[in-house]
Design a protein around this ligand. Structure first.
Ligand code: AMP
Length: 301
């Protein structure tokens, strides 16, 4: 039986400019990218906040993707807005603005029907709020955590507390170095494993991802795409594909995590091929499965 996933994170409007074009008021936010990617595998319970300017069609679209929005609070005010501009080298971007709006007072509310959700994704929000969410849940089977430099620098004690309570941390190389003080990847991973963290996934964008677990390191390259049009949300889509696949697994172990990392890579590749969430919408398991098999073939001897 498939396991439902609870996802908490931002719900946003993004204004994005890349060398391939421009989008204003595009649907974005970590919880939205994550949920849409994960929805190709299982049901997602979304926890977040939007303003009363959030379009009814967007909520309808989430429902069409089996995303439960009972936990999406509609607050009086404007939805969180993020503006970003990508360089000619699309791996580089500048944040133009971050208007928190209703997200500034976000206090995640967990509907009673969500309390027993077996798999949890704590998207990139304040660690204090992530702890609060964990405290409201009844012993989830598996918890994954995302974070960013801002929280490493400003709320380290709370972040370390959340890390000690989760199974998997998704992070990039520079965040790992900042978090552990170790510039060497292996040393950084060792420090986190010694804190009790079972699985660590290092996101490397167009260079793929690494899973670190008791069975050692597992590397996957990124899935090569002809044109990366808009990388916004690729990390959240990666996490959505990865955790979404775990929702299909009876046992979550090193082997299922390796496959999950490949599914994450595949969902990230679909995300970057179009603006906003568009690359995640016209997808199906056949298309996802085809890329999964192609990626496995690419690294097989
Ligand atoms: P990524 O490209 O993986 O960094 O994710 C980009 C998404 O994160 C966009 O859709 C933004 O709306 C959202 N975002 C940007 N800044 C923040 C923030 N400080 N907190 C939460 N979400 C954010």
């Amino acid at each position: 039986m498939k396991k439902t996933i609870l996802a908490v994170g931002s719900v946003a409007f993004d204004d994005v400019e890349t060398p391939f074009g421009k989008r204003q008021n595009a649907l974005g936010g970590s919880a939205v990218f994550f949920s849409l990617a994960a929805s190709h595998f299982t049901i997602v319970n979304l926890v977040g906040v939007a303003g009363n300017d959030y379009p009814a069609e967007a909520i309808k679209m989430l429902h069409q993707h089996r995303i439960d929005t009972t936990g999406l609070e509609i607050a009086d005010g404007l939805t969180f807005r993020w503006g970003g501009r990508y360089h000619q080298d699309i791996n580089q971007r500048d944040t133009l603005y971050t208007h928190l709006n209703v997200f500034a007072d976000f206090s995640p509310k967990i509907p009673p029907v969500y309390r027993q959700t077996p798999i949890v994704f704590l998207g990139n929000i304040q660690p204090g709020l992530q702890l609060d969410v964990l405290g409201k849940l009844q012993r989830p089977e598996f918890v994954a955590l995302d974070t960013m430099n801002l929280w490493i620098n400003t709320t380290r004690p709370e972040l370390m507390k959340v890390i000690s309570r989760v199974d998997l941390l998704v992070i990039n190389d520079s965040e790992l170095a900042e978090l552990t003080g170790a510039v060497n990847l292996l040393k950084g991973l060792q420090i986190l494993h010694e804190l009790g963290l079972k699985y660590i996934v290092i996101k490397r964008g167009e260079y793929g991802a690494i899973l670190s677990s008791a069975s050692g390191l597992f590397y996957t390259p990124a899935f090569p795409v002809e044109q990366a049009v808009d990388p916004t949300g690729a990390g959240d889509s990666f996490a959505g594909g990865m955790i979404g696949y775990l929702g299909e697994c009876e046992h979550i172990d090193c082997d299922s995590l390796k496959k999950a990392v490949i599914y994450g890579t595949v969902l990230g590749s679909f995300c970057v091929e179009d603006f906003s969430v568009d690359g995640l919408l016209n997808l199906n398991r056949r298309k996802i499965g085809a890329r999964y098999r192609q990626l496995r073939q690419m690294v097989k001897l």
